[in-house]
Design a protein around this ligand. Structure first.
Ligand code: HEC
Ligand code: HEC
Length: 349
């Protein structure tokens, strides 16, 4: 027994074997235990490899653009100064870059829900001709295979060379570690610390879950708060400026309809989480709304009228004070752990 125990101790001080001990992510106050897919257990090696890939500009066709340049860690893993980020050779996409904080809890992914898993999602930007613009998965894999550091890292993580599957698995593993909860709101609501948020924010939460009815879509329960129902709704924001785009088929954005072909899905987009929302302006799938106050004004006016507007979006008749209270509440959703998280993942060379 003792020999076995000693052997275990020795092993734990040497690098973990491939697919070694699963890494367990401790849940933070306000979020549930993260579900890790059975076919991609988290390991230190996969996370380290995914991190390296995330920051690597060589992942784009002309070696200029990394994932981190659109999902900028210092800007809430989104892009605070550009409504719609610019990709390969300055090509413009159609949508705003969502935060990657807590993305491991979200499914489906993308504003229109076109990817089910993070493993699958990673290949979206890699192959999108407006983003990283690689011609094929094989081209990406061939390029990575030429880099000895990656051959080694894939071998450490998977005991296998880079492939379409393992690359997606490594990036997904890294993304699952981007957890940021335990916010002042969580400490008040779940941690019962009365002073964690002020009176104004508490009134804001009453509005959020009462008169303003935000909670219908940005949901929470007695133990945890994802602040998204992971469903699709039409708030009307997608119809703003539509007329100018109507003939430009490439730029036209019909939301969830593009995936399902169901006419009632026109202009529906996925409800985003509101965690860390103060860090991730501008807002909405098209980045058209620049501040939280403006988002609330938008809802206060009952969204934008269109044939598919959700019946849950109605004029709210909030006073100026109430708008301020709701804004104050939204600002209590920022995790105090984001700075340390960013510090931890910065490339070390
Ligand atoms: C050119 C900018 C750009 C680059 C580069 C980029 N992304 Fe994105 N990312 C976006 C945009 C824009 C969206 C939303 C697109 C949509 O919904 O149609 C998005 C969506 C996502 C989502 C979905 C999040 C959610 O809440 O649904 C994930 C995850 C993600 N990106 C990860 C990555 C990874 C990993 C890489 C690198 C392999 C990457 N991105 C590279 C701009 C970018
Ligand atoms: C009918 C469901 C629904 C209701 C009710 C609702 N939202 Fe939303 N919310 C959404 C959807 C869907 C989006 C994404 C729209 C888009 O991207 O075009 C969104 C987006 C947002 C955003 C921007 C998030 C981001 O990352 O860009 C904020 C902030 C927000 N909502 C706050 C609120 C507040 C505050 C209320 C209550 C006044 C509210 N929502 C009520 C569904 C809803």
């Amino acid at each position: 027994m003792i020999a076995l125990w000693l052997f275990g101790l020795l092993l734990s001080t040497t690098p973990l074997p491939a697919n070694g001990q699963p890494v367990v992510i401790e849940p933070q106050l306000g979020l549930p235990q993260l579900t890790i897919p059975d076919n991609n257990p988290l390991t230190t090696e996969k996370i380290a490899l995914g991190q390296m890939l995330f920051f690597d500009r060589r992942l784009s066709a002309d070696n200029t653009l990394s994932c981190a340049m659109c999902h900028i860690p210092d800007q809430g893993f989104s892009n605070n100064f550009i409504t719609i980020p610019v990709g390969y050779q300055r090509r413009k996409g159609r949508r705003n870059a969502p935060t990657l904080l807590n993305v491991g809890y979200l499914t489906p992914l993308f504003h229109d829900g076109r990817a089910k898993t993070l493993e699958e999602q990673a290949w979206g930007p890699l192959l999108n001709h407006r983003e990283m613009a690689n011609p094929s998965p094989d081209a990406v894999i061939a390029k990575i295979n030429q880099i000895p550091q990656y051959r080694q890292a894939f071998n450490d993580a998977f005991k296998a060379p880079p492939s379409k599957t393992t690359l997606g698995q490594a990036i997904a593993s890294f993304e699952r570690t981007l957890i940021a909860a335990d916010s002042p709101f969580d400490r008040w609501y779940y941690g019962h610390q009365e002073k964690a948020i002020n009176q104004m924010a508490k009134k804001g939460f009453s509005l959020f879950s009462g008169k303003a009815n935000c909670i219908r879509c940005h949901t929470l329960n007695q133990e945890t708060a994802l602040l998204t129902d992971q469903h699709f709704h039409n708030t009307g924001i997608g119809t703003r400026g539509h007329k100018t785009n109507v003939l430009d088929l490439k730029k036209r954005d019909l939301g969830r309809f593009e995936i399902t072909g169901n006419p009632t899905d026109r202009g529906r987009y996925k409800t985003p989480t509101l965690r860390n929302i103060a860090l991730t302006k501008p807002y909405m799938h098209n980045g058209r709304v620049n501040s939280l106050e403006q988002v609330i004004h938008f809802y206060n006016n009952g969204g934008i009228a269109n044939p598919q507007l959700s019946p849950l979006i109605q004029p709210l008749h909030l006073s100026k004070d109430e708008i301020n209270q709701l804004t104050a509440f939204l600002k209590t959703l920022s995790s105090p752990h984001v700075a340390a998280l960013i510090e931890n993942i910065q490339p070390k060379n």
